[in-house]
Design a protein. Structure first.
Length: 115
């Protein structure tokens, strides 16, 4: 059974940093597009960043220059390094693995940015 397990969330002050991790128990991890999504209370779930098997990355405008997505295929893990965090980054962050019509989601990790 495929599992994606996120970790690294928590409470951080504005301007602080966090690194999220997503460990995937999926074969051929390197063949999946990996993405981080977030959902704030009362809002829809939106993509934050994604990385292709070849390492090409994509970010939403509001996190460009602040967040960095990376992957370690040897560890079946994708990361999201978040810096200069703002209150509007507060959300549950989800990891997604996709390949063609196949997709898997983690259960999410809460990030709260507050003083």
């Amino acid at each position: 059974q495929v599992q994606l397990v996120e970790s690294g969330g928590g409470l951080v002050q504005p301007g602080g940093s966090l690194r999220l991790s997503c460990a995937a128990s999926v074969s051929s991890f390197g063949n999946y597009i990996m993405g981080w999504y977030r959902q704030a209370p009362g809002k829809q779930r939106d993509m934050v960043a994604a990385i292709t098997p070849g390492g090409t990355t994509n970010y939403i405008d509001s996190v460009k220059g602040r967040f960095t997505i990376s992957r370690d295929n040897a560890k079946n893990t994708v990361y999201l390094q978040m810096t200069s965090l703002k209150s509007e980054d507060t959300a549950v962050y989800y990891c997604r693995a996709s390949r063609g019509l196949i997709e898997y989601w983690g259960k999410g990790t809460l990030v709260t940015v507050s003083s």
